[in-house]
Design a protein around this ligand. Structure first.
Ligand SMILES: [Zn+2]
Length: 307
């Protein structure tokens, strides 16, 4: 069965000022790389719908949904925080980014594709139940996970997050929810400056020091994530797929390579094959060096496709 590839034209129109690294060029680089590597013809390309209010409200307050919908300016920018801005297209893009995760869950659980990658922006994993921050407006992966639980009746969903920043929004949203296992590696101390989570049954939160490379990352995944995922036996695995832990990425200080992203994806797909009929939904988070992003996403998608 195929791998789905979900995106939407509005995700190219959300733009932030001052040569912001979270730019539409990221999606162009990914698209070009998948064409160049000749993977694109084998992907099941699907246009992402917009997430509905009810789908968003499973993880965000109605106030937050209304706030994002009403703040996008007709022209220029609205400043959410010193790193995060909205233009006229931001709300539309954020709706479709979250809708991509919902649609990907539908496709995977409906048996139309084995797994899927959502090439969308704005990213999502810093968005909390009540707030936008850190380039994020709606928590795309959380919206997808909640759709799998509430919309499809699943009981156990795992989310793995290998972005170099802690997925503080995802932790906030699923705090105390026994149906979601959250596994994360990230640089610490670093943005978003939230404390590591310890002693929590459903959060495997593994901070690593600046300068961490392949060996430290693979050890954390092998010893930390994989046994917990195996024990949890998820019916679906979602991925917060950030590629800013790459050695070339200037926004953080990890030393991972393209091969590490391929490797971790293989670990995820192998556990998904054991517990979840192979079902994986991956959603783009960070990754700001365009060369590294293109190569890393290619390795990630190749592993999802099993080639
Ligand atoms: Zn990040």
């Amino acid at each position: 069965m195929a791998t789905g590839y979900l995106t939407h034209p509005s995700c190219l129109l959300h733009e932030m000022p001052f040569h912001h690294p979270e730019s539409p060029r990221r999606l162009s680089a990914i698209n070009d790389a998948l064409v160049e590597s000749r993977l694109m013809p084998y992907l099941d390309v699907v246009e992402a719908p917009a997430a509905t209010d009810d789908q968003l409200a499973r993880v965000h307050s109605r106030d937050h949904i209304e706030w994002v919908g009403s703040r996008a300016p007709a022209s220029g920018w609205f400043e959410v925080d010193p790193d995060t801005f909205m233009n006229a297209h931001t709300h539309d893009a954020a709706r479709h980014a979250a809708g991509a995760a919902v649609k990907a869950v539908d496709l995977v659980l409906g048996g139309e594709v084995t797994n899927a990658f959502c090439a969308v922006r704005p990213p999502g994993h810093h968005a909390t139940r009540e707030g936008a921050m850190g380039f994020c407006f709606f928590n795309n992966v959380a919206v997808g996970a909640a759709h799998a639980l509430a919309g499809h009746g699943l009981e156990r969903v795992a989310i793995v997050d290998f972005d170099v920043h802690q997925g503080n929004g995802t932790i906030d949203i699923f705090d105390g929810n026994p149906h979601v296992l959250f596994c994360s590696t990230y640089q610490h101390p670093f943005y978003p400056h939230t404390p590591p989570v310890t002693g929590h049954d459903h959060v495997v939160d593994l901070p690593l020091a600046a300068g961490s490379g392949s060996a430290a990352f693979r050890r954390a995944v092998t010893d930390g994530w994989l046994p917990q995922i195996d024990r949890f036996a998820p019916q679906l695995i979602l991925v917060s797929a950030g590629f800013d832990a790459h050695i070339r990425d200037q926004l953080a200080h990890f030393d991972l390579t393209d091969a590490d992203f391929g490797w971790v994806t293989e670990q995820i797909t192998e556990l998904a094959a054991v517990h979840a009929d192979g079902r994986v939904v991956s959603v783009l988070e960070g990754g700001y060096d365009l060369v590294a992003l293109a190569a890393s996403v290619t390795a990630h998608v190749r592993a999802l496709m099993g080639v």
